[in-house]
Design a protein around this ligand. Structure first.
Ligand code: ZN
Ligand code: ZN
Length: 319
């Protein structure tokens, strides 16, 4: 059997299995995490099988893809093959290119659900980002932002800097839906953060701007992905459950995990030395475990299945 024939049959079997699971067994016990889960921060892998290996391996039912513009054709092909498991995508391209907005506008008109993840070497209130926020409001799609002010390696640099001023953008673009993610976003959950490290541990000083802005601005949402999200949920156990409850309409699950199999195989955090805490582990599994331990079943389902599809306006196959 050719590889393509084999993969076609495998994908059909997988679709059939998902449909049986969802349509005939709505009982939550069929889901490994007790509720269906969509991983809303999933960087696409080069083959359909590699994408499904992580979705299935981590016990999730679906993933929302954050794709660079150059990989959108692949993503669309994967989605056609597995529409139930891959219900949508955001896309991103270099915001400093003169034609960035034209390209992203065309991408939304061709099916993208949002801009993201947006990760370039500019300030979060730069002219390039402002025009992106305006275009997102015009098109009525969310913008997923990677905020990082401490480099992970000597050559990596920083992205969307100036997070402490970001409230000005939330105010200037009230019709833009923002989804925050990454180190600076999550470290600022503590009021004492001053870019001293990418992933501060230890007790959270209450009143951090991330916590405050999620309450104050209806247009700010967050995905709980990566080591940064997991770190914020695990560094101070007395903080976690209240935070999740307080922002129950604003937060949703994502992993940003790069492990191969949904069990920590391969490299889970792109060899980022600061994230070695999660080396050899699947970030999806780690964060779902924390979420489950800190929520009642109804809230867990809201965070892992309902909020992400609502923000990204996805048509989900199951209830
Ligand atoms: Zn990111
Ligand atoms: Zn993983």
């Amino acid at each position: 059997m050719t590889t393509s024939r084999r993969s076609f049959l495998a994908s059909m079997a997988s679709v059939a299995a998902a449909r049986v699971l969802w349509s005939e067994s709505p009982d939550q016990t069929v889901f490994p995490w007790g509720a269906p889960v969509i991983d809303c921060h999933f960087l696409p892998r080069p083959t359909l099988q590699a994408n499904l290996a992580h979705i299935d391996g981590s016990g999730c039912q679906a993933a929302y893809l954050l794709a660079q513009l150059r990989s959108v054709d692949d993503v669309k092909r994967f989605m056609q093959q597995e529409p139930a498991q891959l219900p949508g995508y955001s896309t991103s391209t270099d915001v400093t290119a003169p034609d960035a907005i034209a390209l992203l506008t065309a991408a939304v008109k061709a099916g993208a659900h949002g801009f993201g993840e947006v990760k370039y070497h500019v300030a979060c209130d730069s002219p390039e980002m402002r025009r992106l926020y305006a275009a997102a409001a015009e098109l009525n799609v969310p913008v997923t932002l990677h905020f990082q002010e401490v480099p992970h390696t000597a050559t990596e640099g920083v992205f969307n800097t100036g997070f402490k001023r970001f409230n000005k953008m939330l105010e200037a673009f009230p019709n833009t839906t923002f989804v925050g993610h990454c180190d600076a976003f999550w470290a600022n959950v503590s009021a004492d953060y001053a870019n001293q490290s990418a992933y501060p541990r230890g007790p959270i000083v209450r009143g951090g701007i991330t916590d405050k802005w999620l309450s104050d601005y209806p247009n700010l949402f967050a995905d709980l992905s990566a080591n940064s999200g997991n770190n914020a949920l695990t560094r101070d156990p007395s903080f976690t459950a209240g935070f999740l409850k307080r922002h129950r309409d604003k937060l949703f699950f994502g992993s940003d995990c790069s492990c191969k199999d949904g069990h920590g195989g391969g490299v889970s955090q792109a060899n980022n030395p600061g994230a070695s805490r999660l080396a050899g582990k699947c970030v999806a599994r780690e964060t779902l475990t924390v979420l489950k331990a800190n929520t009642a079943p109804e809230l867990f389902r809201t965070l892992v299945w309902e909020n992400g599809p609502r923000v990204y306006k996805l048509q989900m196959t199951t209830a």
